[in-house]
Design a binder for this molecule. Structure first.
Ligand code: COA
Length: 162
């Protein structure tokens, strides 16, 4: 029986939607490892170290949650962590196809690695990291969508909020 959940993602940056999934996982599993991916094929605004740093600050109040970076294949990383399950959030029907594909590919490569899905809060159905980045880059207010430390980091990157 897995006591640990791994919640993988790019987290560029972590949003309130991701936080919601972490809180749900942390209430269900003894330990949650938030695994920040280095290899995602995405051009990120924040480098891996900064994404880990920001997620760690955002989740500092959760004693059973740890944030770590990983590189390479997710299923290999998960298998190296012993008994664990992968957790992914489902926001809307649009997430379903991609998430099932990801889960099946991971299972095909490492059958021992199971993926479970958490229904994201309706409040954050519309959120995505790229939307948050776009709004911030256009001098919009994203303070409702991200933790204050992430908001500050976005303001520094885009030099907005003057
Ligand atoms: N709330 C808010 N936003 C959410 C969300 C939620 N609950 N769940 C997902 N999202 C957003 C993410 O921020 C991201 O938004 P963006 O594209 O606007 O930046 C989008 O939904 C999903 O992005 P996606 O790339 O599908 O997932 P991810 O960034 O969460 O993580 C990995 C993808 C890291 C799991 C995957 O790339 C991976 O495993 N990489 C390692 C290499 C590997 O093993 N590849 C083979 C996989 S089979």
């Amino acid at each position: 029986m897995a006591k640990m959940a791994i919640y993988p993602g790019t987290f560029d940056p972590m949003t309130r939607g991701h936080e919601d999934v972490v809180h749900r996982a942390a209430a269900t599993f003894e330990n949650v490892l938030v695994a920040v991916a280095g290899s995602t094929g995405k051009n990120t605004v924040f480098n891996l170290e900064r994404r880990v740093e920001l997620a760690s600050e955002v989740l500092a109040d959760l004693p059973n949650v740890t944030v770590v970076p990983f590189n390479g294949l997710l299923n290999r990383f998960a298998a190296s962590q012993g008994d664990c399950v992968l957790v992914r959030g489902l926001r809307a029907i649009g997430d379903f196809e991609y998430e099932v594909q990801l889960a099946n590919l991971n299972r095909r490569m490492k059958p021992a690695v199971e993926t479970i899905f958490v229904a994201a809060s309706q409040k954050y159905q519309f959120l995505s990291s790229s939307m948050v980045r776009e709004i911030a880059s256009l001098d919009g207010d994203v303070s409702d969508f991200v933790h204050p430390v992430v908001n500050q980091a976005l303001l520094s990157v885009y030099n907005t909020g003057k």
